[in-house]
Ligand binder design. Structure first.
Ligand code: ADP
Ligand code: MG
Length: 214
């Protein structure tokens, strides 16, 4: 391909998102970003396999940010992560990505954290939810979190989530999301369990496999 997109400015991103990228000195896309972002920004489901450190977080942060309606405080994007540490890192990347979009609330919901603060935050509302499957399922089943307005679902480190035994929680959560949604699945490895999850939850996904880091 001679016309591969390699710089963020070549993408169909809003000025506010391009401003945030420039402020963070993100100019050239990493290989997984340049392969996956044009597909994700078109609204396609994508399954992306790339090594740790290849820039997958910024890729899905931009994809979900582009879909946000800041006027609605119903959750529009949900990112499922295997651990609290990862969820905190992902939430920071999303906050920095959306920093010029106006007032965007990004709420983490992780196990091992106090319930009270999460419950009051959910009453207030959030545009983006990031968290671990057990706690998010709990909030859904107790009717504190409704995902009827969700546009983007991200399964980050899907291989690790499945290894940790979160498949049932993930299925319950996904049952509570609209059928018409964009589902983005990220994984460092591509075992049968990840392929099966993709087949269950994605529609005609485009597969992106990147071997190199930079
Ligand atoms: P992954 O999820 O694929 O393991 P991360 O999303 O955590 O990787 O990104 C790894 C590092 O790469 C982060 O420090 C991030 O800031 C940096 N990074 C991401 N995209 C770019 C880019 N286009 N240019 C420079 N650095 C980037
Ligand atoms: Mg990652």
């Amino acid at each position: 391909m001679t016309d591969a997109v390699t710089r963020f400015t070549e993408l169909a991103l809003s000025p506010a998102l391009l401003d945030a990228l420039a402020a963070n000195n993100f100019v050239e896309m990493t290989p997984v970003q340049s392969a996956a972002l044009p597909l994700m920004l078109r609204g396609s489901d994508v399954i992306a396999q790339a090594k740790t450190g290849s820039g997958k977080t910024l890729a899905f942060a931009l994809a979900l940010a582009q879909q946000l309606d800041t006027d609605s405080l119903a959750p529009q994007a949900l990112v499922l992560c295997p651990t609290r540490e990862l969820a905190d890192q992902v939430a920071d990347v999303i906050r920095s990505t959306v920093s010029r979009l106006g007032n965007v609330r990004v709420q983490t919901l992780c196990g091992g954290m106090p319930m009270g603060a999460q419950i009051s935050a959910l009453k207030h509302g959030a545009h983006v939810i990031v968290g671990t499957p057990g706690r998010i399922m709990d909030h859904i089943l107790k009717r504190r979190l409704a995902l009827g307005e969700l546009k983007t679902l991200v399964l980050d480190e899907a291989d690790r989530m499945l290894d940790m035994g979160f498949a049932d929680e993930m299925d319950v959560i996904i049952e509570h999301t609209p059928t018409l949604r964009q589902t983005l699945l990220f994984s460092a490895t591509y075992p049968a369990s990840v392929k099966q999850m993709s087949a269950r939850v994605q529609r005609q996904p485009h597969s992106v496999v990147v071997e190199t880091l930079h």
